[in-house]
Write a protein that binds this ligand. Structure first.
Ligand SMILES: Cc1cc2nc3c(=O)[nH]c(=O)nc-3n(C[C@H](O)[C@H](O)[C@H](O)COP(=O)(O)OP(=O)(O)OC[C@H]3O[C@@H](n4cnc5c(N)ncnc54)[C@H](O)[C@@H]3O)c2cc1C
Length: 426
């Protein structure tokens, strides 16, 4: 069923007076700010850093229209032990982080059951049915079209066995309305002549688009927000409390009072919402990127070597190699081994001798069922949560912002957010 979003862009007098704080100016907070401001709220964004410097700075840039299947499945669970033993695989767990993973692991197991999987799939489909429209609105209002390229995405498989094993998931996606085409090695070469990887086959998603500069995209939404009269406060918020009609925020230097709070602090959200009496088994899943030197014209579109979980996206400053799922503390030292493995994979994909210009690490906010939390708090209806977007934060940001605006205003829509409730982990 096609979902519709009511256009609540016209503000009412009570909205104009309502003061909303958004905590966290990553891609999720920025999109929430966009939609809330558009609906007439007085919005103040808070961030420890300048906007867009968290996970949203360094992602692979994909607006992944194919990302409609939850990650938690029993077949994935069975692969984990071998992946952990294989140093070339994208997955690693820091032994010091294992205590933080206990509740996450238990909830991951529960999320693998079919009822939860199907509910997650339904929820993702509902968001995807709206996201093209919400993306277009944000991209066009913020004049960001020059930061977006529409060339699709190719997922590459280096063995026939892995390609064949993935085919049921292509069928599942096609059943959800995702446009896709299977490619043989000749067709792959026609689309990406500079590719050096030997491929048994690939899947091409023509409707995926990508940002050629995710950080500038964040900046572009932020500039628009400021031009429209939005406020930004660069402070780390360490204290939160909520009463019936107000919420209080505290930093080391200041205290603030608002009518409504939206929490969009990504991987840092767990300890913050614990102050409001909510425990969410969200963990940090760190990813890395490398920017490669002198690679401006090597690829036409993003590609990924699916066997190794390595993405490559052509961006303004050259190719960005992105990947890794490293479960560790948010502020652990970056692993040189991860960078080395990704560099080796990149050379296999596009040729030996390619050098690294810069490297980066950032934390995905990851929930056990790989779905975000997008909900009002049960015990504090004037607090809205929007975090836990894992691998799909850029993809789902605009529709999350729109849903948050409706949660804040209490607008009735036919968008079913039950798969994204905070209580699903109880
Ligand atoms: C390597 C990699 C590749 C990825 N590729 C893709 C992709 O291709 N497509 C896709 O859709 N997604 C991708 N993702 C995921 C995506 O980047 C994230 O899901 C998304 O950036 C999360 O956005 P966020 O706004 O929730 O978090 P963040 O961008 O991390 O923003 C949270 C903000 O909150 C601030 N903050 C935290 N605590 C406080 C506090 N106490 N007070 C004030 N401010 C605070 C932080 O400073 C930060 O700016 C990728 C991620 C990684 C790491």
């Amino acid at each position: 069923m096609k979902q519709h979003l009511s256009d609540s862009a016209i503000s009412t007098p009570s909205q104009q007076q309502k003061r909303v704080a958004i905590l966290g100016a990553g891609i999720i907070g920025l999109n929430c700010a966009f939609w809330l401001q558009r609906a007439g709220y007085q919005v103040t964004l808070f961030d420890t850093e300048k906007p867009g410097l968290g996970a949203s700075f360094g992602n692979a840039g994909l607006f992944a229209d194919y990302g409609r299947l939850p990650f938690a499945t029993f077949s994935m669970l069975r692969k984990i032990p071998n992946m952990l033993l294989d140093k070339q695989s994208p997955l690693s767990i820091d032994p010091k982080y294992t205590p933080s993973l206990l509740s996450y692991g238990y909830q991951y197991f529960k999320a693998c059951f079919d009822r939860r999987y199907q509910s997650g799939k339904q929820g993702l489909l509902a968001l995807h049915q709206l996201v093209k429209e919400t993306d277009e609105t944000v991209i066009s209002a913020t004049n960001s079209e020059h930061l977006i390229t529409r060339q699709g995405f190719i997922g590459l498989f280096s063995t026939k066995e892995s390609f064949d094993k993935a085919k049921p998931s292509f069928e599942e996606r096609a059943g959800q309305g995702v446009q896709l085409r299977l490619l043989d090695s000749v067709q792959i070469r026609e689309l990406e002549p500079n590719l050096k990887l030997d491929c048994a086959g690939a899947v091409y998603y023509p409707n995926t688009y990508h940002s050629v500069n995710p950080s500038h995209y964040c900046q572009s939404i932020f500039d628009y927000f400021c031009k429209q009269g939005g406020h930004f406060v660069q402070e780390k918020i360490s204290g939160l409390s909520a009463q019936d009609k107000k919420v209080d925020l505290h930093s080391v230097v200041n205290s603030y009072e608002f009518d409504h709070l939206v929490v969009t602090t990504g991987a840092a959200s767990k300890p913050l919402v614990e102050q409001l009496g909510l425990s969410i088994p969200q963990v940090c899943e760190r990813g890395y990127h490398l920017m490669l030197k002198d690679t401006e014209n090597l690829l036409t579109r993003p590609i990924a070597w699916m066997n190794q979980g390595v993405h490559m996206t052509p961006m303004q400053q050259g190719i960005r190699v992105a990947g890794s799922a490293e479960y560790t503390h948010i502020d652990s030292q970056p692993s040189e081994m991860r960078t080395r493995v990704m560099h080796n994979h990149a050379q296999t994909m596009i040729g030996a001798g390619i050098e690294i210009a810069t490297s980066w690490v950032g934390s995905r906010p990851t929930t056990p069922d790989s779905l975000p939390v997008i909900a009002n708090m049960k015990n504090h209806p004037n607090v809205t949560l929007a975090f836990g977007h894992g691998h799909l934060g850029l993809t789902l940001a605009s529709v999350t912002g729109k849903a948050v605006e409706q949660l804040v205003s209490g607008t009735v829509t036919d968008l079913d957010l039950s798969a994204f409730s905070a209580e699903r982990f109880n």
